[in-house]
Design a protein around this ligand. Structure first.
Ligand SMILES: C[S@@+](CC[C@H](N)C(=O)[O-])C[C@H]1O[C@@H](n2cnc3c(N)ncnc32)[C@H](O)[C@@H]1O
Length: 264
């Protein structure tokens, strides 16, 4: 299945370029930083525990899980009524109904400026309207998503809540915000506000614990010495993968970036 939300750090490129790194037989699938869920929707696991700290992400998955019919109707309605004025009206009002809230998240994600996610200090989504006008895409399969999510447990919260439940025969895919110990790269520093170096250290501890309980691990991360040190000598295989990135406004910064794969 094709993911629905456009999400920073989305891993569609990883499933397309490196499909063999994901196991076929999984007792239960665990994804603590699910975001747009590129890997989850690619693998379509029969049993899953997915989570994220971002409440909008969770609202979206729970809403579509609850009613794909109503969700689809609401998205068609947003498509019909979309305009700059309509966008700002929807952005300013948070409905009470769970499915309406979920459709609002996907609507804003589809037509906001550059598909970025940003909130103000009060936690309100404050991205201006963008130039894209397609609210419903031909690849959207809401009934299939609802069936798949119906087999998943969806939790809002920190990564430990999810990873602590993983045990023998389970598979954990972990894709945290990339933070390194020493850095002078502005992009990574921005993420640091959301995910500190201490978070990165406790994530490694949680993943080591899950591996010791018999779970298989795949974690993506920044290819940086400080991150590699957290996993070296602990029975993980470390390798480097590359991706093409075009997100930078400056041509000099567009190109191939290396990322670290931690497998155990
Ligand atoms: C790199 S993104 C994951 C992208 C995802 N793999 C995809 O394909 O779209 C990282 C996610 O981690 C979430 N996050 C940040 N800090 C977290 C924490 N402490 N616990 C759980 N989730 C967290 C963010 O909200 C974000 O959705």
């Amino acid at each position: 299945m094709i993911p629905f939300l456009k999400w920073p750090g989305g891993k569609r490129w990883l499933v397309q370029k490196y499909p063999k790194i994901f196991p076929r037989q999984i007792k239960r699938y665990f994804e603590p930083f699910v975001g747009g869920g590129a890997v989850y929707f690619h693998l379509e696991p029969r049993r899953a525990l997915i989570g994220d700290i971002n409440t909008d992400v969770i609202i979206f998955y729970r809403g579509i899980q609850k009613s794909h019919n109503r969700f689809g109707e609401l998205m068609n309605e947003h498509q019909k009524r979309h305009s700059g004025e309509y966008y700002y009206k929807i952005r300013a009002t948070i409905p009470d109904d769970e499915v309406e809230k979920a459709a609002r998240v996907l609507y804003l994600n589809r037509v906001c400026f550059n598909g970025i996610y940003r909130v103000n200090r009060r936690g309100e989504f404050n991205v201006p309207v963008g130039t894209k006008t397609r609210v419903v895409l031909p690849t959207d399969d809401f009934p299939a998503a609802s069936r798949l999510l119906g087999k998943a447990e969806i939790v809002q919260g920190g990564f430990s809540t999810v990873i602590r439940n993983a045990g023998d025969g389970d598979f954990v895919f972990s894709d945290p915000p990339y933070t390194v110990r020493h850095n002078n790269n502005g992009f990574i520093k921005y993420n640091e506000i959301l995910f500190s170096w201490l978070d990165q250290v406790s994530l490694a501890d949680e993943l080591i614990g899950a591996k010791e309980r018999g779970a298989r691990i795949l974690c993506t991360n920044a290819n940086h010495a400080s991150v590699r040190e957290l996993y070296e000598g602990k029975g993980f295989k470390l390798s480097v993968v590359s991706r093409y990135s075009s997100i930078s406004a400056s041509a000099a910064k567009r190109g191939y970036y290396e990322e670290l794969l931690i497998q155990g």
